[in-house]
Design a protein around this ligand. Structure first.
Ligand code: SOE
Length: 371
């Protein structure tokens, strides 16, 4: 089988999830290439070597610049904090690599637009890792909506709720630092709900918004006796208008006590509704108008006929969070084989960033802002 050499920049949580995907994809799906996990890159030599050994990378490096210059590398997979996405992606595009980047695309709209310009100018394949589009239940929701099964769309109601920083003693990690992360719950998790709303309902034209930081200073990770400011949002809420006339609300919080990774949406249409809860990710809640016996029902999305499931297990043998990353890299490999740009790509990344930027502006202006 033809091989493609992958290099990953970054090795923490997303590095672990993406490594698992690269390791599994050809073992469970009929892929056009075998991805070779060539090298993983990070600043801390000891830690990145441990990651290479643990995740199954052949080599490790502490210089992403040297990795990108290698002629034997085909795909650059960016799993670093958002403040480095732009420089790495542009360098990878200039080196004519396929560029795969974690969400959000960048920390600012301007950065994301420069990234899109670079991949277009260099005519390379590019993809943003909004993995939830390839949760089988969500891919099925897209199919049902595209078939018109719930009719004309009226509402998108997205909530992405976590609670990992409710404790004021939780340290001021990089995700709580604007210079590193760009924003807090807004860019980290509202970005997912925004991307899903665009995937399932359509483009957003206007937003109203508010952002809130509940705990404004926290102990430094390296010295619990020193406090540092939190300059990002703990929660971001927005109302949005869609191009097709639908209306929506998107709420993201890291202070939703008890909610661990509650990425939920409900879409209401003229002939029915669809609801999804990531914490019950193998199920889709459907209400399709069928007369007096209509009612919400839970469909278990684990049949071979359902998206991606044929690669895994028999009906009822459910799958998990990590499988959505495997499905994403599967479609990236197929796109490389067909020499086509897959979705979501950097164009989607910029469109998502425009919505993030408009919500931030609306929160400051207390006015509706155009996307
Ligand atoms: C943290 O909020 C996080 O890891 C996000 O960064 C991921 O994108 C999401 O899939 C799970 O939660």
């Amino acid at each position: 089988m033809r091989k493609l050499n992958v290099a990953m920049i970054g090795y923490k949580f997303m590095g672990k999830a993406h490594s698992n995907a690269w390791r599994q994809v050809s073992k469970f799906f009929d892929t056009p290439f075998e991805p070779i996990m060539k090298t993983i890159c990070g600043r801390n030599e000891e830690e990145v070597k441990q990651a290479a050994d643990a995740f199954g990378w052949q080599e490790h490096s502490t210089s992403w610049q040297q990795v990108i210059e290698r002629k034997d590398i085909d795909i650059i997979d960016i799993c670093t904090p958002g403040d480095t996405h732009m420089e790495i992606a542009i360098a990878a595009a200039e080196a004519k690599k396929t560029v795969f980047c974690e969400k959000p695309l960048a920390n600012t709209l301007a950065e994301s637009e420069k990234m899109l310009e670079a991949v277009k100018r260099n005519n390379v394949i590019h993809m943003i890792c909004h993995n939830y589009r390839r949760v089988p239940a969500i891919t099925l929701a897209k199919q049902l909506i595209s078939e018109g099964r719930i009719g004309d769309l009226y509402h998108y109601r997205g909530t992405y709720l976590q609670d990992w920083i409710v404790d004021p003693q939780f340290p001021r990690v990089w995700r709580l630092e604007k210079a590193k992360a760009g924003s807090g719950a807004l860019g980290d998790i509202a970005s997912h709900s925004i991307d899903l709303s665009r995937y399932l309902v359509g483009e957003i034209t206007e937003v109203a918004g508010m952002m809130k930081t509940f705990i404004t200073e926290r102990p430094l990770p390296e010295d619990k006796n020193k406090m540092a400011p939190v300059d990002v949002d703990d929660a971001a809420l927005s109302l949005c208008k869609f191009e097709n006339g639908a209306v929506g609300s998107i709420e993201a919080s890291r202070f939703a006590t008890g909610r661990k990774n509650y990425n939920h949406f409900e879409i209401n249409g003229s002939k029915g509704s669809i609801a999804f809860d990531l914490e019950r990710m193998n199920e889709l809640e459907l209400y399709i108008e069928e007369g007096p016996n209509s009612g919400f029902r839970r469909v278990q999305v684990t049949d071979a006929a359902h998206p991606f499931i044929a690669g895994w297990w028999p009906p009822g043998h459910i799958i998990g969070y990590e499988h959505s990353f495997t499905h994403t890299v599967l479609d990236l490999l197929k796109a490389v084989d067909e020499q086509k740009v897959p979705t979501p790509n950097f164009e989607d990344g910029v469109r998502n960033q425009r919505v993030l930027d408009a919500i931030e502006k609306a929160s400051a202006s207390r006015q509706w802002e155009t996307v």
